[in-house]
Ligand binder design. Structure first.
Ligand code: TXA
Ligand code: MG
Length: 349
């Protein structure tokens, strides 16, 4: 059990300068672990050039070490030092970085096999959050960081949820307030022929990516389960993921069909409820509504999903439900996280 330091760095209260992060940056360089806010979710960081730091990250998360880590850089040009970049990388970087995009490229030999889980490629991301940026710049090394949750549970989007999972397991937690986006970055792989494969959807949507690279393929695992024998392109996609402890199921039907189904349930249960459905779903005996926002405002749904999955878990319910979101635009990322959180348990109404 470590004595975890919790340091306050709420952006907006003051300009964040790299000098202010000198102490956590030193902890990173010395092989320690620092949790930091990003614009997507909180990350659990260690020195990406230190093979032992990666081992500590896997241990703190309880994560299988066959699941590779993203390396975070302060400026997108730094990818040159750690990967073999291509012209498409620069087109993507100039459009979307700093920001919620992770790009997979062939790794240079300086990246330890413990970070790539032995793959020939490495994932790079240049976050836009001022605290993340200042920490990486002050550390002077790339920071390997998965989401700062215990393996399998929803990614933390606020400091309280980080503390629930990670106090005592890391050296420092930087409290940067609530994460803006609330879902992890979009992950794309640059293929040898300079086409793109979308491995994990996020706030940068397929339409955004196609505007830069029209040759975009969405990996089949993004929308569904793996076909038997199908190869997993992004190792993280094969685990049950983002799951609350309470049994979670998705309802495939309109608001009145959902209301009829929920009215037939017994005990105390919860529903992630869109504003548009609140009228149809209120007043059902035993049913606790967790307002997630308006379907017409998918940014709010993304911002609240992981937060609500964790809060619903604390409410002592016997089951949790959510109507399936529309998999369009940012909705694709919501749909992708929800089907994993529900371990593909979809009830057709
Ligand atoms: O928004 C984010 O991306 C957050 C913040 C902290 O930056 N990070 C994050 O990391 O979500 P993590 O480790 O929870 O998810 C990274 C995903 C995993 O599914 C992993 O399998 C995949 O990226 N990945 C990493 N390196 C890869 C590679 N070389 N090839 C394919 N997939 C890779
Ligand atoms: Mg994760």
């Amino acid at each position: 059990m470590k004595n975890t330091e919790i340091l306050e760095f709420i952006p907006g209260q003051k300009e964040i300068e790299p000098e202010m992060l000198a102490h956590p940056a030193e902890v990173i360089r010395a092989g320690g672990l620092v949790i930091f806010p990003t614009e997507t979710v909180y990350g659990l960081g260690g020195n990406a050039l230190d093979p032992e730091a990666a081992g500590k990250i896997y241990a703190a998360k309880g994560r299988p070490s066959d699941n590779p880590l993203i390396i975070h850089i302060a400026f997108f040009e730094e990818a040159e030092r750690y990967t073999y970049t291509t012209p498409l990388y620069y087109r993507l970087a100039e459009t979307f970085m700093p920001g919620p995009l992770t790009v997979i490229l062939p790794a240079r030999p300086c990246i330890p096999g413990t970070v790539t889980a032995g793959l020939p490629t490495v994932a790079v991301r240049c976050p836009s959050h001022p605290v993340a940026h200042a920490l990486i710049a002050a550390a002077g090394v790339p920071i390997a960081a998965p989401s700062a949750n215990l393996s399998g549970s929803p990614s933390p989007t606020c400091c309280a949820h980080v503390i629930d999972d990670m106090r005592g397991r890391v050296d420092i937690i930087l409290n940067g307030g609530d994460c803006d986006i609330g879902l992890e970055s979009t992950i794309v792989k640059i293929e040898e022929d300079e086409s793109l494969t979308l491995l994990r959807p996020g706030a940068i949507t397929p339409a955004d990516l196609s505007a830069v690279c029209p040759r975009l393929t969405v990996a089949p695992a993004v929308l569904g389960t793996l076909a038997p024998g199908e190869r997993v392109l992004s190792p993280g996609m094969k685990y049950k993921h983002y799951a609350p402890a309470v049994p979670f199921s998705l309802l495939d039907g309109d608001a009145s069909q959902c209301a009829a189904y929920l009215s037939a349930q017994t005990g105390e249960f919860g529903v992630l409820c869109y504003d548009e459905d609140a009228g149809a779903l209120s007043g059902i005996p035993g049913c606790h509504l967790f307002p997630i926002g308006a379907k017409s405002h998918p940014e709010t749904l993304a911002h609240r999903l992981f937060y609500l999955l964790r809060e619903a878990d604390k409410a002592g319910l016997s089951a949790l439900y959510a109507p399936l979101p529309n998999p369009d635009g940012l909705g694709l990322a919501l749909y992708n996280r929800m089907i994993r959180a529900a371990a593909h348990h979809i009830i057709k109404l």
